[in-house]
Design a protein around this ligand. Structure first.
Ligand SMILES: [Zn+2]
Length: 419
């Protein structure tokens, strides 16, 4: 979550960054809190119905509409919580309205999950002990003990993080921490990356020093393939029981998602540490369109989502760390010669070759072009770079998959199944 705007050079300037941190609860949820969660759910759902009837979605309109009635029926609930219930209802209504416009809305929205959200004025947190003081109604407060690890203390002890909203579930709470984004540094070098199915390939350029870099996206394609096969097998096996089949497939999907997400975070962190240590600007191609073909299998394999998600993660982490990121239109980047500027008619094999004698790995060549575009658009400030200085014999490894991903006891069965 973030509010964003761009300055004249296209650099993203973010005013406020928000990070949701999950805390486990020490001990059972106090019974009063359970009642509060139930009241909260009733409030959200009745506000949704009122909003649908009156065709309004804003928090203020919903408050005007539903506050009085609800107050009469549920005099116990704390007023602040009621307002944030209307806010949640507003979000649900807006999503519903979007789906209606797209023509894909199902039934009337109804919140089933037991949870509540409290704005930062509506609860107190003792940052030293991790105890939340949550008002239930006048004169009645509950204390929630949060389980703290080093990870959690990092957020609690750093006072540059302001507290945002608190979301309470039956077994955990999520606290939003807010921080003003650091100003991105002035880059002294550039790291330009072309995102491919199995790797990030690119160049690191500093002055007259231009070297190839590589970060392998280890087994992401393989994990996707493996879970795809498992789902196929499940569907066949459970063909007589669609409900079970669907449930198991969903579970497979979630597992796949977690495994991939974990690896993408690892790669992004490694890339950004490299950039941060060398005060580099990061240049990425903007991944916009994806042209589906008639071949369903190929579509699945080339699906952009892991690459797009990787970009999202890189951009998000870079904002927290004050690393400037530039997005460049990748048109012709794989067909242009960075030395003489000729555009080749068609894509070639793994090697880019030009009549002027220039030849280079296709992906690395594309990243040279991305960097050139970024610099010609003035994105990286006063940075200069000379593609002719590229050192053909050096390769810097940004991320080594062998040391990156944690071992997975049952992950190995994938490898043998696919290769
Ligand atoms: Zn050329």
């Amino acid at each position: 979550m973030q509010q964003r705007r761009t300055n004249t050079q296209g650099i993203l300037i973010v005013q406020m960054l928000v990070k949701g941190v999950v805390f486990r609860l020490g001990g059972e949820l106090p019974p009063e809190t359970r009642f509060l969660l139930e009241d909260f759910r009733v409030a959200v759902n009745s506000a949704i119905r009122a909003g649908l009837r009156a065709r309004v979605t804003s928090r203020n309109a919903l408050t005007k509409l539903a506050y009085k009635d609800f107050r009469r029926e549920h005099p116990r609930i704390y007023a602040q919580h009621l307002v944030s219930a209307f806010e949640v209802a507003g979000v649900v209504l807006k999503n519903h309205r979007r789906l209606v416009r797209k023509g894909s809305a199902g039934h009337v929205p109804y919140v089933q999950r037991l949870f509540m959200k409290a704005e930062n004025q509506a609860y107190k947190l003792d940052r030293a002990s991790g105890i939340v003081d949550l008002p239930i109604r006048a004169g009645c407060h509950v204390r929630l003990n949060l389980v703290l690890s080093d990870y959690h203390r990092r957020y609690l002890e750093d006072n540059s993080y302001a507290l945002g909203s608190l979301t309470v579930f039956s077994d955990r709470v999520i606290i939003a921490f807010r921080k003003g984004a650091p100003n991105p540094y002035v880059p002294e070098s550039a790291l330009s990356l072309d995102t491919n199915e199995r790797s990030l390939d690119g160049v690191f350029a500093k002055g007259n020093d231009v070297k190839a870099v590589k970060a392998e996206l280890p087994d992401i394609a393989m994990i996707q393939q493996c879970h795809h096969d498992r789902r196929k097998r499940l569907q066949k096996k459970k063909a007589h029981d669609r409900r079970t089949s669907r449930r198991l497939c969903r579970k497979e999907g979630a597992r796949e998602h977690h495994r991939i997400e974990y690896r993408l975070h690892q790669v992004a962190s490694a890339v950004l540490s490299f950039a941060e240590n060398r005060k580099s600007a990061v240049v990425l191609e903007s991944l916009k369109g994806f042209r589906p073909t008639w071949n369903k299998e190929l579509n699945r394999r080339l699906s952009l989502w892991p690459r797009r998600r990787l970009h999202q993660i890189i951009e998000y982490k870079a904002q927290w760390r004050g690393i400037p990121v530039f997005k460049v239109d990748p048109r012709y980047s794989s067909r242009t010669c960075p030395i003489c500027g000729r555009i080749q008619d068609s894509r070639m094999g793994t090697e880019f070759k030009c009549e002027c004698g220039w030849h280079l790995d296709r992906h690395i060549n594309a990243s040279l072009n991305l960097l050139q575009t970024a610099i010609s658009k003035g994105m990286a400030g006063g940075l200069r770079f000379n593609p002719g200085a590229f050192q053909h014999d050096v390769m810097m490894i940004l991320y080594d998959p062998a040391t990156g991903a944690r071992s997975e006891p049952n992950g190995t069965s994938c490898i043998s199944a696919v290769t």
